[in-house]
Design a binder for this molecule. Structure first.
Ligand code: SF4
Length: 401
């Protein structure tokens, strides 16, 4: 697929269609029936769900399988050749994520192929309008599709505010290159976080033709993977992914302008988030809104019995640590014992740290002589666990990420 056609939505509409209350399959068909899908006839459609992690169906982590079932059926009925595909986070195999989510089963019932987007070598795609990134390593199947449909789960996100159809396209980036967006240096003369700018940059070349947002069971709080499920029984769609995300924000109790990557992308003209320019059907869609708990602003509030010293860390380090503490906080407290303050350091800017600190990530290596150092860039949860278990003598083969 030519980049230019990915760069320009086929539809010019700023209509957004919302359906509620009839379950994932019927809601999805209801919104897709309102769109003119004739442009997909005879074309290769890639359905790009959120299959970034291994999670059970309807847990608010991965796209609901019945949303995908309905999308396969609707795009095939419209005459398209349909495939599913995603590139999960580091350490997760695409096949395992599709199996666990129930997506593999609905695809098999329909004889619909599932593409492991990571299986072939990336294509380097220039980003001429990029400010934080100037090229991206993109999975080739994405570029070869005629039409890409982004099908995210409606989530809050600890680094980007929300994760919806624009952000979901990050799963089109090849393997580890996704993490690189979380490790960018601050931008000179720019107060925006580099990750937010990078996602807006990405939207200049990887903008889906259609956003189909799955709010069957969303995720609130500590998204994208450690939050709480938020059942909403809603699905919405638009050929303008920014407009779809803006309406999804409205359903979540979030102001779209407060989401930096949406605001930056809309300012550059990649789509609209101005609710005055978006026609939402049906009129009463606001009645289905239910505020999502926001992500916590810092780790210390989330874990009051631990001190996290964070000086200029990347969001990749923060995610790893947050997820790790969510699962293994007790192990960390056990490691420090009753007599020591539990102190963890991440980030590039530590000149000193207290003796005995758990130093996580390569940037803290200089303190390794008087601390417990866990290498990695970004570090992985299994190594942090191994480090604390080694010290407490509880080492066992527990896999974590
Ligand atoms: S160790 Fe962490 S803070 Fe340092 S560069 Fe790597 S991800 Fe960023």
């Amino acid at each position: 697929m030519a980049i230019s056609s990915l760069d320009r939505p086929l539809g010019r509409s700023v209509s957004v269609h919302v359906a509620h209350g009839n379950g994932a399959y019927k809601n999805t068909l209801a919104v897709l029936e309102q769109l003119d899908l004739s442009f997909v006839r005879g074309r290769r459609v890639l359905l790009k769900p959120n299959m970034g992690r291994i999670a059970e169906p309807a847990s608010g982590v991965t796209t609901h399988p019945q949303v995908l079932a309905a999308a396969i059926d609707a795009f095939r009925d419209a005459g398209a050749e349909v495939a599913l595909g995603d590139s999960p986070i580091l350490g997760v195999k695409s096949h395992d994520a599709f199996e666990a989510s129930g997506a593999a089963a609905v695809a098999a019932q329909r004889d619909c192929p599932i593409l492991d987007l990571d299986r072939r070598r990336y294509v380097n795609v220039p980003v001429p309008e990029g400010r934080a990134v100037h090229s991206l390593k993109v999975c080739p199947d994405v570029l070869e599709a005629d039409v890409v449909v982004s099908i995210p789960v409606m989530k809050t996100h600890m680094h980007t505010g929300v994760s919806l159809s624009v952000k979901n396209m990050k799963g089109c980036l090849w393997r580890r290159s996704k993490v690189e967006l979380h490790m960018l240096p601050p931008l000179e003369g720019c107060d925006e976080k580099p990750l937010d700018v990078a996602i807006a940059d990405m939207a200049s070349v990887l903008r889906p033709h259609l956003g189909l947002v799955d709010g069957t069971v969303g995720q609130q709080g500590l998204g994208p993977s450690a939050g709480q499920p938020k059942p909403l029984d809603v699905v919405l769609a638009s050929t303008d992914a920014f407009a779809a995300d803006a309406v999804a924000c409205g359903l979540m109790g979030v102001t779209p302008d407060d989401v930096p990557h949406l605001r930056l992308g809309a300012q550059r003209g990649y789509g609209t988030i101005d609710m005055n320019q978006i026609v939402v059907t049906p009129d009463g869609w606001h009645d289905w809104a239910s505020s999502f708990l926001p992500p916590p602003k810092d780790l210390a509030i989330e874990f009051p019995d631990l001190t996290v010293l964070d000086v200029n860390s990347c969001s990749a380090c923060q995610s790893t640590l947050l997820l790790f503490l969510k699962r293994h906080r007790d192990r960390v407290l056990e490691y420090f014992g009753d007599d020591n303050e539990a102190t963890i350091a991440i980030g590039k800017g530590h000149t000193t740290v207290p003796e005995g600190t758990l130093c996580v990530g390569n940037c803290t290596a200089r303190h390794r002589d008087h601390c417990c150092f866990v290498p990695g860039c970004p570090p992985v949860g299994s190594q942090i666990l191994a480090a604390v278990q080694d010290r407490t003598g509880t080492n066992q083969s527990t896999a974590t990420q």
